[in-house]
Design a protein around this ligand. Structure first.
Ligand code: DI6
Ligand code: FE
Length: 404
């Protein structure tokens, strides 16, 4: 006779969506049970199949749907200032690119972010993170890229790390020094890239502030050659890569990212067949950002059917940023992905759990299985479709991060 398995917490009477099964993301285990010890799952499955358990605490989920905690795998939520008036001008006809070229856009957020001290930056960013957490997000990626100098990029990454300490959430930081050209380097983009790869990145990486490296490969951002140099520098430091690719035009960034075995290529409205084939080959995740598509009134749809056909894993994220996606709801991002991009409910849920974990290179979150962190979202919904269907309501009943 085996001794009962010791654990800290049991969640009983769950309608359990583990998202562990690639083939059927919508599989529900009725009368499911999860057990965790020291924050890690030791069992997730039918109650009837569970080993004998000895827990200090049992939580009755009362037949609610339980999913992995949600993962927002692409945000720029640390920044200062507001772009609401710029947006008002866009309503009157100015384009995003016009505003960027006139020194507004990303550079106006850069100015506000450079001017904000750490406390101020934290205070302005915290409500955006709180909003994500309130909807069941347990892992969030946060990019730098509004400092564009060493001191401010460092401050952004430090604030992101501090937010992770202050809140019950796993924060992953991405260095996006190659987001825009700061005015002091006007006309000298290659010199700025030298600064990014020779000083900023090695220094910030040495300080332990960088989990991944990203760049904005775009006409108003950086060229593929410059992006390549950033990726080579990341590679020398052993850091994973991500890329803003094919958002406004096709510079073949996704294929470049795939060549560098990037974790993800993000946006992808202008992605072509070669890019899809390259991503399929390298296993690079396609992160779709429907908030940015919606907010910029983009007309070109990302090639979802082709991505699906090629078996490229699809993630969905908010892209929370002040210029093109002032969105702090991952649930609404899912709704937009379904409505605007025609993703299925199963794809939306996998896109904010299993595939989002993959887009961050995190093997221990995104599904509910033994060994994974006990990051759970408990929902007041009857069917999974309701999580994606609703707009602007929050059916979260409870959220657990690392078992607590
Ligand atoms: N693509 C985007 O959509 C954001 N950054 C990027 O590289 C926009 C950032 C901003 O306008 O502040
Ligand atoms: Fe972005």
């Amino acid at each position: 006779m085996l001794n009962p398995m010791d654990c800290d917490t049991i969640w009983d009477n769950a309608r359990l969506m583990t998202l562990a099964c690639d083939a059927d993301s919508l599989l529900i285990i009725e009368r499911g049970l999860i057990a965790a010890k020291a924050g890690r799952i030791v069992y997730a499955g039918p109650r009837g199949d569970a080993p004998e358990l000895n827990a200090s605490q049992t939580i009755d989920c009362e037949d609610r749907l339980v999913t992995p905690g949600l993962i927002d795998c692409h945000t720029h939520l640390v920044y200062a200032g507001s772009r609401a008036v710029e947006w008002e001008n866009r309503l009157a006809g100015a384009s995003y690119e016009d505003i960027a070229r006139a020194g507004g856009g990303i550079l106006s957020t850069m100015n506000a972010t450079r001017a904000a001290g750490e406390t101020e930056l934290m205070a302005q960013s915290r409500p955006r993170l709180d909003a994500l957490i309130a909807e069941g997000v347990t892992t969030v990626e946060i990019k730098s890229g509004y400092g564009l100098d060493l001191a401010t990029e460092r401050r952004m990454l430090q604030v992101a790390r501090s937010l992770g300490t202050a809140c019950d959430v796993n924060v992953r930081t991405t260095f996006l020094g190659a987001h825009a050209l700061p005015p002091e380097y006007a006309g000298r983009a290659d010199d700025y890239i030298d600064l990014v790869i020779e000083e900023m990145l090695p220094q910030l990486a040495a300080e332990g502030l960088v989990d991944a490296v990203d760049a904005f490969c775009e006409g108003i951002g950086f060229t593929p050659d410059q992006t390549e140099r950033v990726f080579e520098a990341a590679g020398r430091l052993g850091l994973p890569k991500k890329l803003h690719a094919e958002q406004l035009s096709n510079l073949h960034g996704a294929a470049l990212a795939a060549r560098h075995n990037a974790l993800s290529a993000d946006h992808l409205e202008y992605l072509d067949a070669d890019g899809i084939a390259a991503m399929a080959q390298s296993g690079t995740v396609a992160t779709l950002l429907p908030g940015a598509f919606y907010f910029t009134r983009e007309q070109k749809l990302p090639p979802v059917a082709e991505l699906r056909k090629a078996d490229v894993p699809i993630a969905i994220a908010t892209d929370c940023n002040p210029g093109t996606s002032p969105l702090t709801s991952l649930l609404l991002a899912m709704n937009m992905a379904a409505t605007l991009f025609r993703l299925t409910v199963a794809e939306c849920l996998a896109g904010t759990t299993r595939n989002a974990a993959r887009a961050l290179g995190l093997p221990d979150v995104g599904t509910l299985a033994p060994g994974k962190w006990a990051d759970l979202a408990v929902w007041n919904v009857g069917e999974p479709a309701e999580l994606v269907y609703r707009m602007g309501s929050n059916p979260l009943h409870a959220r657990y991060w690392r078992g607590r």
